[in-house]
Design a protein around this ligand. Structure first.
Ligand code: NAD
Length: 352
């Protein structure tokens, strides 16, 4: 970590971590920087998605100002995806921007969030409503840090790896199928393989389309519905859990629209289940409310919902216009989604 930070050549380093990670690894990170002669200070904020907010961002900026951090400083984002997004947003905005080194400590942030440069905060229950692209100067991944992570948090992270496989690499999908129990139980070798494959896929996509002008949208598979679920549950549902549920729904939607070949949803469903991510959607769930939340950009994009749909495992379907998202009027989605929700409820019922 010290060497990666030194390469940025900043005058001072603000290590930003949430309260839990600060207690576990904050001092160790500061010491790692100090051991190579870098001036580092630890800043923490309360753990939890609801702190990925305007208040959380302002609070950190005010603290940096109070400590006299200038624009020749750098941020070390030490933590899960919440920290990566929030500290990344601080780095990209404070004094018009300074470098960020991402040091992910959750499986979700190791396989996905720390790579790709998206930063931001939620606003008014809308996920990532305000944000920037601010690519990290370095990403330092140490899977040993997962040793202290709660099992349910680790399992939530597997969802983003399954997503990477589903959108881009059928071979990786089979790789996970062959090791689902090892991945679920946190076997060290399987975990390292999961991280390596996922990061490679994300890095390839992001390198080709850093600012989501086209291809990068495929990373949003499972997220249209997933973000709506996170919002409707007031963020009680973990991001990975919501993405798992969203992928199931979007695979069912794709199949019922004839875009996704039959059987994909079932295979995805089985893999998620064997990785420890069973179907969790249960009634009552208000579809109209979900649809409303699934299109926070309704005014700017004509009341359509934008879905990433699979053609097959490892391949995202492109629309007639060559776009990677399918714009479908809310009214048109309603029927297929109602059927998909019924299937989800049945699956949850039979696995309970
Ligand atoms: P998180 O950052 O809230 O971390 C989950 C919990 O684990 C927190 O309580 C944290 O304190 C704790 N924790 C973290 N590391 C730990 C460790 N090593 N040991 C013990 N406890 C530890 O949640 P997350 O699941 O990592 O990230 C979810 C967020 O990531 C969401 O806000 C989502 O929108 C965002 N995200 C961003 C991107 C992106 O490209 N920027 C991609 C995917 C997700």
């Amino acid at each position: 970590l010290g060497d990666a930070c030194a390469a940025v050549q900043a005058h001072r380093y603000a290590v930003i971590a949430d309260s839990r990670v600060a207690g576990l690894y904050g001092q160790r990170a500061v010491n790692a920087l100090a051991s190579v002669g870098l001036d580092a200070e630890l800043f923490s904020f309360p753990a939890g998605e609801w702190n990925k907010s305007a208040e959380g961002w302002m609070g950190l900026c005010a603290e940096l100002l109070g400590e006299g951090f200038g624009r020749d400083s750098a941020v070390v984002a030490l933590g899960g995806g919440v920290t990566g997004d929030l500290a990344g947003f601080v780095a990209s905005t404070y004094m018009r921007g300074m470098p960020v080194i991402q040091v992910p400590t959750t499986l979700l942030s190791m396989v996905d969030a720390s790579v790709g440069g998206k930063t931001g905060i939620d606003a008014g229950q809308v996920k990532n409503a305000v944000g920037t692209f601010h690519h990290p100067a370095a990403v330092v991944i140490d899977p040993e840090l997962l040793g202290t992570l709660a099992r349910y948090q680790r399992i939530s992270g597997i969802a983003e790896a399954v997503k990477a496989a589903a959108i881009r690499d059928a071979g990786f999908f089979t790789w996970i199928e062959d090791r689902a129990a090892a991945v679920r139980d946190g076997d060290a070798e399987a975990t390292v393989g999961l991280i390596e494959h996922s990061v490679r896929i994300k890095a390839e996509v992001v390198t080709e389309d850093p600012e989501e002008l086209g291809l990068r949208a495929i990373l949003n598979f499972g997220h249209t519905f997933g973000h709506a679920l996170e919002s409707v549950t007031g963020f009680a549902m973990l991001h990975g859990e919501a993405v798992a549920a969203g992928m199931r729904m979007e695979a069912r939607l794709g199949e019922s629209l004839g875009v996704t070949i039959a059987g994909v949803g079932e295979r995805l469903d089985r893999l998620l289940e064997s990785c420890g991510l069973p179907e969790v959607l249960e009634p009552p769930l208000d579809l109209d409310d979900l649809l409303e939340r699934a299109r926070p950009d309704k005014k700017s994009r004509g009341g359509h919902l934008h879905w990433v749909l699979l053609a097959d495992l490892g391949i995202v379907a492109t629309g007639d216009d060559g776009e990677y998202t399918h714009a479908i009027a809310a009214a048109e989605c309603r029927g297929p989604l109602e059927a998909a929700l019924r299937d989800a409820f049945e699956a949850a019922d039979s696995s309970a």
